[in-house]
Design a protein around this ligand. Structure first.
Ligand code: HEM
Ligand code: CA
Length: 361
C-alpha cells in the first residue's frame, strides 16, 4: 500500500519534469535561439517550479512512508536517551527482574495492534483494555517504572515523547544493563487512543503453544521463525508462575527427569499457582545464551520453550545459539528492531499521551 503510493508519486514527478523540458524545447523551436536570452528568466522559474514540486513530492513520500528514525527526538528532546537509561539503571540495580518485566511489556505491546503503548492504558467506560487480558492479568508488570520514566521525560521535554517510544527505549536499556546486546532504537511512534482486551487474548502466544502455533503467531506479525527463536531467548531472564509451567513438568515427556523433579518442588501439582521460578536456573538475571543450552539439555521451563528444541525445524538454530552467544546476541538485536517496527502510529495518527495510563482529554 505504502509502496504503491510512493511509485505513483514518483511517476507523477517524472511526468511533470518531462513536461517542463518539452515546453522549453518548444519555446526555443518557435522563437529561435536569438530570443533565448529573453526566455532565460522563464526557464529559471520553470526549473525552480520543478524543483519545488520535486521536494514537495519527496516530503509527501517521507510522510507517506512514515519511517521511524533513531534521531527523531535529537533536537526536541536530546536528553531522552540519558533519562531513560539512568532511570532504568536505578530500577534494575534495585530489582534485576525489572529488566525482564519491561522487555515482556514491550513484546506484549507490539504484538497487540503494534508498538503503540496500548498495553499501558487502564480500562475505561468506553473500552476494556489489555491489562486484564489473560496473558497480562496478574502477570505483566513494570507499569509504574514506565510512569516514573515518563514523568522524568515530561519534566525535561513536555508533551514531546510518546509512551510507545519510552517503552521501546526502556526495553533495550534493560536488556543491555543485564549483559545483553545493545541496538539502535528507532523512534517516532505515537500512542494509541484505544486498546482491545480481545486482541490481546487472541494475538499473544500462550505457554502451551506448539511449534507450528508459535511460528504462525510470529508470522502474523511479519516475523520469521528465526526471529521467533531468537526473540524467545528473552526467556534467559525473568520468572514464570507455576500455573504456566505445571503441565510441562508433570505431563510432558520431552523434559530432563531430574530437572522436572527439581522444578516440581517449587510448583506442586495442585495449588501454588503463583509460585515464581526463574526461567534459567544457572544465570537467572543475566542476559546470556544459556536459555538455548537449557533447551538442548531438555531443561526448558515452558512447554512452548521446549517446542523450539524437540526434533523440529528450529533444532539446528537452537544448537547454534547454544554454542555461539555472539550469533544469538546479533540475531536478538536485529529481531528486536523488527519487532519494534510492528505497525507504529506515526505522523498525525495517535497522540503523545501525557499520562501513559490514560488517553488525553
Ligand atoms: C514465543 C512465545 C512466547 C510465549 C508463549 C511466552 C510466554 C511467557 C510466559 C507464560 C511467561 C511467564 C509469565 C508469568 O508466569 O507470569 C513469560 C515471561 C516472560 N517473557 Fe515470554 N513468551 C514468549 C515470547 C517472549 C518474547 C518474544 C519476549 C521478549 C522479546 C518474552 C519475554 C519474556 C520475559 C522477559 C519474561 C519474564 C517476565 C518477568 O519476569 O516479569 N517472551 N513468557
Ligand atoms: Ca500495542
Amino acid at each position: 500500500m505504502y509502496q504503491f503510493t510512493r511509485m505513483h508519486e514518483s511517476t507523477k514527478a517524472t511526468r511533470y519534469r518531462s513536461t517542463a523540458l518539452v515546453a522549453v524545447v518548444e519555446i526555443i523551436y518557435t522563437y529561435g535561439a536569438s530570443e533565448i536570452d529573453a526566455l532565460i528568466p522563464l526557464a529559471r522559474s520553470m526549473a525552480s517550479f520543478t524543483l519545488a514540486l520535486l521536494s514537495a513530492v519527496l516530503l509527501l513520500c517521507s510522510a507517506v512512508q512514515a519511517q521511524l528514525s533513531s534521531s527523531f527526538y535529537s533536537r526536541t528532546c536530546p536528553s531522552l536517551p540519558n533519562i531513560v537509561r539512568s532511570t532504568m539503571a536505578q530500577v534494575v540495580n534495585k530489582e534485576p527482574r525489572m529488566a525482564a518485566s519491561i522487555l515482556r511489556l514491550f513484546f506484549h505491546d507490539c504484538f497487540v495492534n503494534g508498538c503503540d503503548a496500548s498495553i499501558l492504558l487502564d480500562d475505561t467506560a468506553t473500552f476494556t483494555g489489555e491489562k486484564n487480558a489473560f496473558p497480562n492479568i496478574n502477570s505483566a508488570r513494570g507499569y509504574e517504572v514506565i510512569d516514573a520514566i515518563k514523568s522524568n521525560v515530561e519534566a525535561a521535554c513536555p508533551q514531546t515523547v510518546s509512551c510507545a517510544d519510552i517503552l521501546a527505549l526502556a526495553a533495550r536499556d534493560g536488556v543491555s544493563l543485564v549483559g545483553g546486546p545493545n541496538w539502535k532504537v528507532s523512534l517516532g511512534r505515537r500512542d494509541a487512543t484505544t486498546a482491545s482486551q480481545s486482541d490481546a487474548n487472541s494475538n499473544l502466544p500462550g505457554p502451551s503453544s506448539s511449534l507450528s502455533q508459535l511460528v504462525a503467531s510470529f508470522a502474523a506479525k511479519g516475523l520469521s521463525a528465526r526471529d521467533m527463536t531468537a526473540l524467545s531467548g528473552a526467556h534467559t531472564i525473568g520468572r514464570a508462575q507455576c500455573a504456566n509451567f505445571r503441565s510441562h513438568i508433570y505431563d510432558d515427556a520431552d523434559i530432563d527427569p531430574c530437572f522436572a523433579a527439581a522444578r516440581r518442588r517449587e510448583c506442586p501439582s495442585a495449588g501454588g499457582d503463583g509460585n515464581l521460578a526463574p526461567f534459567d536456573l544457572r544465570t537467572p538475571d543475566r542476559f546470556d545464551n544459556s536459555y538455548y543450552q537449557n533447551l538442548v539439555a531438555k531443561r526448558g521451563l515452558l512447554h512452548s520453550d521446549q517446542e523450539l528444541f524437540n526434533n523440529g525445524t528450529q533444532d539446528k538454530l537452537v544448537r547454534r545459539y547454544s554454542v555461539n552467544g555472539k550469533a544469538f546476541a546479533k540475531d536478538f538485536a536485529a529481531a528486536m528492531m523488527r519487532m519494534g517496527a510492528i505497525s507504529p502510529l506515526t505522523g498525525a495518527s495517535g497522540e503523545i499521551r501525557l499520562n501513559c495510563r490514560v488517553v488525553n482529554k
